[in-house]
Design a protein around this ligand. Structure first.
Ligand code: ADP
Length: 493
């Protein structure tokens, strides 16, 4: 590492689980290594939580849910969230560094999330004192006052992916603290460090023991959590296949479930769009975080008159991005997270030409010097992609754009919707009617017009179709951690 001081967090020996306010080893004593995506070096050793550790974390979360935490006033939970935001800001450079060291997102991009993380924690803090039920009229024959109470859903199992570790931890733990739930958070095996450090900061901010528990581990740890009979809700972000397994596992105790899964989002460019403005946005809509983003706009539909121009300019933009080690502040494209992810992405890069797509740029691994240590992939553009090709249908989770020409409005909307996913979509046009009609007709949880990727904690984000259900962001996010109780009181006048 060059100009960045190593986070002190890494110098305190193997990382342990956070259960009931204490750092503990796994009962089995097992550990696993976290490997830097960029350098291949071991970043840290982490405890591998087994089902018995998940049991004790859930027991701690249950005890905390029923204990003093249940008597915290909304303003007290709000104060904790405000304090937590301050601590996260204090530690932000280290937290960003931990993410970059592990999963390889370029350091400048990791650091660029500071504002979003702060806004998110402030949003959850604000929500803590905004939770309210309703008074409802009723037509029962005798006089009864009816109203609703909003109550925390209970013990939440949160399972997160590796592509945005700190952000995901904040978006799972924030609503827990706002609503008075408790949580057992299972980070991804490739990125457990910033969630663990965030867990420690929760304690420092005054979160009582047992309210936030963190169990690092692999798929089996997540499976134990999603099948656990004493977990009331699972909040999951990750792949569609794992989400399906979690839904099945959660059926045993009929858990409430929210799922933020994959996508193959369409980004539609009409010929009247501002081409100069859209090129960087459409390109980064695919190449950002090396394409390891669930909402990536990987199916770029371009109206025929501007098709060749957009193909050439997106390819040119991608080719000019600086690929480099994650810790170099000039780096724009870092490595893929792991060898496993590289195998997946490279298989699609080979498949493209076999299926008849035209490779315009990229399509290969980038090596030489420090880059030999990670799996760096050049931003890749396939043109003349057909809807039925697998590169147009399946989520690649790499920096691979599939560009498809179209001729007609109805045609492109139909093709954009011809996918099992429905996470996001983009529309580029100066024609307001076209834009508004496309917004209505695209079957996806987020649609951006003349933009791609804007996100804010106040605005709901989530999937239609197999991209999941439930929303994160907006008040629906908070709602998903609450139950509604209908209350009836006999009154006499
Ligand atoms: P990826 O394949 O890219 O790692 P996943 O969706 O499998 O993405 O992983 C997201 C999260 O789900 C990770 O924390 C992972 O450990 C966890 N996970 C993997 N398999 C399971 C499972 N069967 N049950 C619950 N969680 C799982």
């Amino acid at each position: 590492m060059t100009q960045f001081a190593r986070p002190a967090f890494l110098d305190s020996g193997p990382k342990r689980l956070l259960i009931d306010g204490k750092l503990v080893d796994a009962l089995s004593g097992e550990r696993f290594q976290s490997i830097s995506a960029s350098t291949g070096e071991v970043v840290a050793e982490l405890a591998l939580a087994g089902p018995e550790d998940v049991d004790r974390a859930v027991a701690a979360a249950r005890a905390a849910f029923e204990g003093p935490w249940s008597r915290f006033k909304p303003a007290e939970r709000q104060a904790i969230l405000i304090r937590l935001a301050e601590l996260v800001d204090r530690e932000f450079d280290d937290l960003a560094l931990l993410d970059t060291m592990e999963m390889g997102r370029p350091i400048t991009a990791s650091r660029g999330l500071r504002g979003m993380i702060q806004r998110s924690l402030h949003h959850f803090a604000g929500a803590a004192t905004m939770i309210h039920g309703q008074t409802l009229g009723n037509s029962f024959p005798v006089e009864l006052l009816s109203y609703t109470l909003r109550e925390p859903v209970g013990v939440v199992g949160a399972i997160i992916p590796w592509n945005g570790p700190l952000f995901s931890a904040v978006w799972k733990v924030g609503p827990v603290l706002a609503t008075g739930c408790t949580v057992v958070l299972k980070p991804a095996e490739d990125a457990g460090l910033s969630p663990l450090r965030f867990g420690e900061l929760c304690l420092e901010a005054g979160v009582p023991p047992g309210v936030v528990n963190i169990v690092t581990g692999k798929g089996g740890t997540g499976a134990a959590l999603s099948a656990h009979p004493d977990v009331d809700k699972i909040a999951f972000t990750g792949s569609c296949e794992t989400g399906q397994r979690i839904i099945q596992a959660s059926a045993g105790s009929v858990k409430k479930v929210t799922m933020e899964l994959g996508g193959k989002s369409p980004n539609i460019v009409f010929a009247d769009a501002d081409i100069d403005a859209l090129i960087p946005s459409a390109a980064m809509g695919v190449f950002n975080n090396s394409g390891q983003v669930c909402a990536a706009g990987t199916r770029l539909f371009v109206e025929r008159p501007v098709y060749e121009e957009v193909v050439a300019r997106v390819a040119e933009f991608g080719a000019a991005l600086k690929i480099g080690p994650s810790l170099d502040p000039a780096t724009q494209i870092g490595p893929l997270v792991s060898a496993r992810q590289y195998e997946r992405v490279s298989s699609y890069m080979e498949l493209g030409p076999q299926e008849g797509a035209r490779l315009v740029s990229g399509g290969h691994r980038v090596t030489g010097g420090e880059l030999d240590k990670g799996h760096f992939v050049a931003p890749t553009v396939f043109a003349d992609v057909k809807d039925e090709m697998r590169i147009a249908r399946e989520e690649i989770f790499g920096p691979v754009a599939s560009i498809l020409p179209f001729d007609d409005f109805d045609e492109v909307i139909k093709r954009a919707n011809a996918t099992r996913f429905g996470l996001a979509g983009g529309v580029w046009t100066k024609n307001i009617d076209k834009a508004m009609t496309a917004v209505k007709r695209i079957r996806a949880g987020s649609v951006w017009v003349n933009h791609y990727f804007a996100m804010d904690p106040a605005v709901p984000f989530g999937g239609y179709k197999m991209s999941g259900f439930g929303r994160e962001g907006g008040f629906e996010h908070i709602d998903a951690y609450l139950q509604t109780k209908g209350v009836w009181i006999r009154t006499y006048s």
